[in-house]
Design a protein around this ligand. Structure first.
Ligand code: TXE
Length: 479
């Protein structure tokens, strides 16, 4: 396979930098691609190019922006198979999941092309005679988009597409672990005819390249997805440097409640998917399984059996059900958490308490039973294939435990009671609530985001994305 070299994109030019390798987590010796790391200077040049291009892009015809976004979406959809293999090789998710992600990215661009035909503002009755009152939207301006490694194409797509649609210019900084998907996206955007400077791409570490975006006076807003600690740093920098608008999508410690009246098969299927699919590397993963005592033992036995039956292997092998952990550091973190859980009194009922180095970055999905909600494994985001079971006595306790977390992204319940489901939708403190479905799995036209430590700022995705990427302007006209 040819090894592509991805460069930074600055003002329509491909810009070199220190050459860095991008490896395959399933086979760490295999080079997937190389990329040019940007320094502060290249990042500044990207910001300046975005600033220079912004006024003309904001004035461009809606038909021009629609056509560009549609061409980008069509180009992504035409290359689903090829881009999915690349994504699976650099991030480690299963080929089927990677195909789904690439398809989602293409559809997202097409969706925002059509969103531009939605009403662009609101007209109000004025309380004064001979006055016309309206609310218009103008673009936020130059936006810095900082993205994590777990959705290398979908997350950049759901930030870049609305940003461009609503007349902003963009500097995208993807995570260092997944440069190839972002590099291919940039090529597609250029080939689709984006004007120079409207879309820019810079590769490199958060501490250097990311911080340059946070501190640059020409940047009006930052949309960030990543860990909560990093999110806090992003917020502080944005406030200190020009009071930039910021939007943070961060971690989760998502509960899945299983009540005594649940269908056992549905409960096990939801827990298995939510806890372990995508190697547990989803911010919407179910990492706390809160199970009522009447169904508890049957549930744990059935889930442990299903967990042990999962086939962990190369993402390109269609027989695999779980790919590798994304990096050696993330693997160490996951294994540490298993040890911490056991030391705190939980029991490993599926998966391996010990990990063999011969397994490389492949980790058995691990289920911890007998956990308490005050244990570190129940409070901190692990971001790997590790889930814990917490036993509760009744629905009141289940909801109290579900809500006892600093996070609030996603929360699920498995029940056959309509009343219990309705109560959960009302009382669960989360931005996403699921009933008889895994806590992960969302749709592109609906808002996505959480509460508490999971989120700051307006929702992403769907029509709600406009709230971040535009500024409402209230206009009064008299005559
Ligand atoms: O995330 P980071 P990482 C969680 C998960 C994981 C942990 C670390 O728990 O174990 O975060 O993963 C950029 N200024 N999530 O290291 O560090 C960074 O380069 C500006 C949850 O990938 O938060 C990358 O592009 N930018 C999450 C992006 O921020 C900075 C998904 C995210 O990096 C920066 C991924 C700085 N000071 C990880 N430091 C989710 N919930 O979706 C880093 N970056």
């Amino acid at each position: 396979m040819t090894v592509e070299f991805h460069r930074n994109l600055v003002g329509g030019r491909w810009v070199d930098g220190d050459r860095r390798p991008n490896t395959n987590p399933a086979r760490p010796d295999e080079l997937v691609s190389e990329y040019a790391q940007a320094g502060r200077e290249t990042t500044r040049a990207a910001v300046e190019a975005a600033r220079a291009a912004q006024p003309a892009w904001a004035r461009s015809a809606v038909s021009e922006r629609m056509a560009l976004l549609d061409r980008i979406g069509v180009a992504i959809l035409a290359r689903v198979d090829e881009l999915a293999v690349l994504l699976a090789r650099e991030e480690g998710k299963l080929l089927a999941e990677a195909r789904g992600e690439v398809t989602r990215a293409g559809q997202t661009f097409r969706y925002y092309a059509h969103q531009l035909l939605q009403p662009a503002g609101e007209v109000y009755a004025s309380t004064r005679p001979d006055v016309h009152a309206e609310v218009r939207r103008r673009p936020l301006g130059v936006v810095g988009l900082i993205t994590p490694w777990n959705y290398p194409l979908a997350i950049p797509a759901w930030k870049v597409a609305p940003a461009l649609a609503y007349g902003n210019t963009v500097v995208l900084k993807p995570a260092e672990l997944v440069p190839a998907s972002a590099g291919e996206l940039a090529r597609i955007i250029v080939d689709a005819g984006v004007p120079p400077g409207v879309f820019n791409l810079v590769f490199g570490p958060g501490r250097e390249v990311g911080e340059e975006l946070l501190t640059a006076p020409e940047v009006d807003g930052i949309s960030f997805t990543g860990g909560s600690t990093t999110g806090g740093q992003v917020a502080r920098q944005c406030l200190a440097h020009g009071n930039k608008r910021f939007q943070l999508e961060m971690g989760g410690k998502n509960p899945l409640v299983v009540l005594d009246d649940a269908d056992l098969d549905v409960a096990v299927a939801c827990a298995l998917d939510g806890s372990f699919f995508s190697t547990g590397q989803r911010c919407t993963a179910s990492s706390r399984l809160i199970v009522q005592s009447g169904i508890h033992d049957r549930f744990v036995a059935a889930l442990a059996e299903a967990t042990d039956a999962l086939r962990v292997g190369d993402p390109l092998d269609p027989a695999s059900q779980l790919g590798p952990v994304v990096s050696p550091e993330q693997l160490d973190q996951n294994l540490d958490y298993v040890r911490i859980g056991v030391a705190e009194g939980a029991t490993v009922v599926a998966g391996a308490a010990e990990h063999s180095r011969a397994a490389g970055q492949f980790m058995r999905p691990t289920l911890l039973a007998g956990a308490g909600n005050d244990m570190r494994v129940a409070r901190e985001e692990i971001f790997g294939p590790v889930s814990c079971v917490i036993r509760v006595d009744d629905p009141d306790e289940a909801i109290a435990v579900a809500n006892d977390t600093p996070y609030g992204l996603s929360a699920g319940i498995v029940t056959t009671s309509l009343a219990a489901a309705e109560r959960f939708k009302r009382e669960a403190r989360a931005g996403l609530v699921t009933v008889n479905l895994p806590t992960a799995g969302t749709e592109l036209h609906l808002p996505f985001g959480g509460t508490g430590a999971s989120n700051h700022g307006p929702r992403e995705q769907g029509g709600y994305a406009r709230d971040f990427y535009t500024v409402p302007v209230t206009c009064y006209t008299g005559w």
